[in-house]
Design a protein around this ligand. Sequence first.
Ligand code: F6P
Length: 327
Amino acid sequence: MAKKEIRSIAVLTSGGDAPGMNCAIRSIVRTAIGHGIKVYGIKRGFLGLINNDMFEMNASSVGNIIQRGGTILNSSRCPEFKDQINRKKAHQILEDRDIDALIVIGGDGSFKGAIALSTENDFPVIGIPGTIDNDISGTEYTIGFDTAVQTAIEAVDKIRDTAASNERTFLIEVMGARTSSIALKVGICTGAENVLLNNKKVDYEKISKAIRRGMRRGKNSSIIIVAEGEKPGRSYEISHILEDMHHISSKVCVLGHIQRGGSPASNDRFYGSMMGMMAVESLLDNKYQHAVVVKDSKLEVVALSECAQKSDHVMNGFEGIAEELSI
Ligand code: F6P
């Protein structure tokens, strides 16, 4: 890609929002201003870009947001951006406004859109991984994961109180449409008796044996963490089958979007801030189709294409640990 002087950039947040996105926006805006670069905030992700919905930001536009969940720029899923005609339109809008580069904070789908925009129009883009699911190839961390896991842990701890008091089994469903990263981490951190992954058939025999074994040695309650999978609410069906086929009654709690909100935890504030800063610095370093990632526990800049796939690698190797520790 031809080198160019970066004098003006735009930033957008795309896909599901995640706590810590505001920290990244704040860092981008203030780093850019520190380098004398103009910054535009695009509303509602790629949808706002296509609709030319953006505004110039200054240091105070991002004041008092480091502690706030969600994204001040709003976010959306934008299937329209899969259409090259809309990407052409988006590029024209960026050109007309003299914007030299775009920073996209989002997941693998958002990065695919960013790569297409960049490749088709020779336009610099930088990706910052932002999704609570921690499910992007090429990075060990995505902004929002820590907060979502902490929120789920707090909820499970509370449910444990009532589960133990009333001697019940609970199925607690956590987010992760195509990955089980949240479920696995929450399962280990809450001492769950079982973690049901979203890509594995449920082994009812194994679950009921484990629950009965626990009961025999005095356990009066069990927590099963369920990764939601494609269809949120699958825990209800699992609960019915446990009851009908194995005579184990259970209560269901689907945590849902509570996991997407809340004040960002320390990792999300830290990585949001660092990734935002490095994204701007990468552009100044003539890196034009890259992403800021965590690799081998270090912050790095890699080709954006490395991060454009959904991947369950982060918690690989941790399957079965919660079960082993909860005998
Ligand atoms: O942000 C990721 C994620 O939370 C998934 O785990 C979840 O299934 C999905 O987004 C749901 O998001 P929405 O309600 O925005 O479609």
